[in-house]
Design a protein around this ligand. Structure first.
Ligand code: AMP
Ligand code: MG
Length: 329
């Protein structure tokens, strides 16, 4: 199969036709690129899992283009749900509701809940609207690979496996959505993202936060799988001193390491090989996956500075620690 890459206008037109014919299409969103198919058609959902090589017990998020499209997909909807929807949709937040009967079991990996998101990206929403059906979409990477934030990343993983990639440029947020479970007593974050616990608590009173890296006890299905790993080993350095020491040790062993640092540390890293992730937390978040993908092609090990816990960096560190298997030097 030939995989086309088209700009948004042509891509949306052809993409909607392909979706209506039961095909799978990659499309841009503000978080990462998604691999979309008709969420109400089990045979199309099966194609998504096949294209990614995704385990069948890892559920997909259903994407919509307007608030009213939530109601047919859910069995219950409360007042506090309404406030969350008004505040964060569209945006990088996935809400888990009890699912209605029209949502196939394969979308939710057999769970009784369905994850729903309305992307902020206008291209994404126009595409979903043109399709005329809710769009089930995981990230458009091959299973276990780093999530894609450009059309080229999608092409690297999906060339020959899907008919079309809609190119919408770089993903603005750069990491996957926050996932919030609304089916328990208190809303619970299953996956941290750009919408922080503080932002959510502001609207619903209190939320249970996702607890760092303890993947086994996290109730999010899919979280037990290794995600986000570059193809070369990666470690996190707790500070610049450790980063520099680890780099020099590796060079002494004839290795070819690469440092990922913040803009403020350019002086401290000296003449060692580095990539600047950005100066602000938002820049670091936007760049992290692209830099991980680019880095694995030009070095044999990655040393990433600990990015701290402020704001969105807590969520970025969640991904960086997964990618490094929790290894800190
Ligand atoms: P991806 O789109 O690749 O980021 O994967 C979607 C992720 O959303 C899954 O791996 C789960 O962590 C989460 N998710 C989606 N639907 C559900 C659900 N019904 N229950 C729990 N977690 C979900
Ligand atoms: Mg994913």
């Amino acid at each position: 199969m030939e995989t086309l890459i088209l700009d948004s206008e042509k891509g949306i037109e052809l993409g909607a036709k392909l979706i209506q014919a039961g095909e799978v299409v990659a499309f841009p969103t503000e978080t990462v690129y998604g691999l979309g198919g008709n969420a109400l058609d089990p045979s199309c959902v099966a194609k998504i899992y096949a294209a990614k090589g995704r385990p069948a017990d890892n559920p997909l998020i259903v994407h919509i283009s307007k608030v009213d499209d939530i109601y047919p997909l859910v069995a219950e909807f409360s007042e506090s749900n309404k406030r969350l929807v008004e505040r964060f949709m569209p945006g990088p937040l996935t809400l888990l509701f009890p699912k209605s009967e029209i949502v196939p079991d394969s979308v939710t990996a057999g769970l009784k809940t369905v994850g729903i998101r309305m992307p902020k990206s206008e291209i994404a929403r126009k595409f979903i609207e043109a399709c005329g059906v809710p769009i089930a979409a995981p990230s458009a990477n091959a299973s276990t690979r780093v999530s894609p934030t450009t059309a080229k990343h999608v092409y690297e993983d999906m060339n020959g496996r899907i008919p079309l990639i809609i190119d919408g440029g770089d993903s603005e947020v750069g990491i996957e959505s926050t996932v919030l479970d609304l089916t328990g007593e208190i809303p619970t974050i299953l996956r941290p993202g750009a919408i922080t616990p503080e932002m959510l608590a502001d609207v619903v009173g209190s939320v249970k936060t996702h607890k760092g890296e303890v993947i086994s006890s996290a109730p999010a299905p899919g979280m037990k799988y290794k995600h986000y790993a570059p193809t070369v080993p990666m470690v996190v350095a707790k500070d610049m001193k450790s980063l520099v020491e680890d780099y020099d040790k590796k060079v002494a062993k004839n290795m070819n390491p690469l440092c990922l640092i913040r803009g403020q540390a350019v002086q401290a890293v000296g003449n060692r090989r580095y990539v600047n992730l950005g100066n602000t937390d938002a820049e670091v978040c936007r760049n992290i996956y692209r830099v991980m993908r680019d880095s694995e092609k030009v070095c044999d090990s990655i040393i990433c500075i600990h990015l701290g816990e402020s704001g969105v960096c807590k969520s970025v560190m969640n991904r960086v620690l997964k990618a490094s298997g929790g290894k800190i030097v």
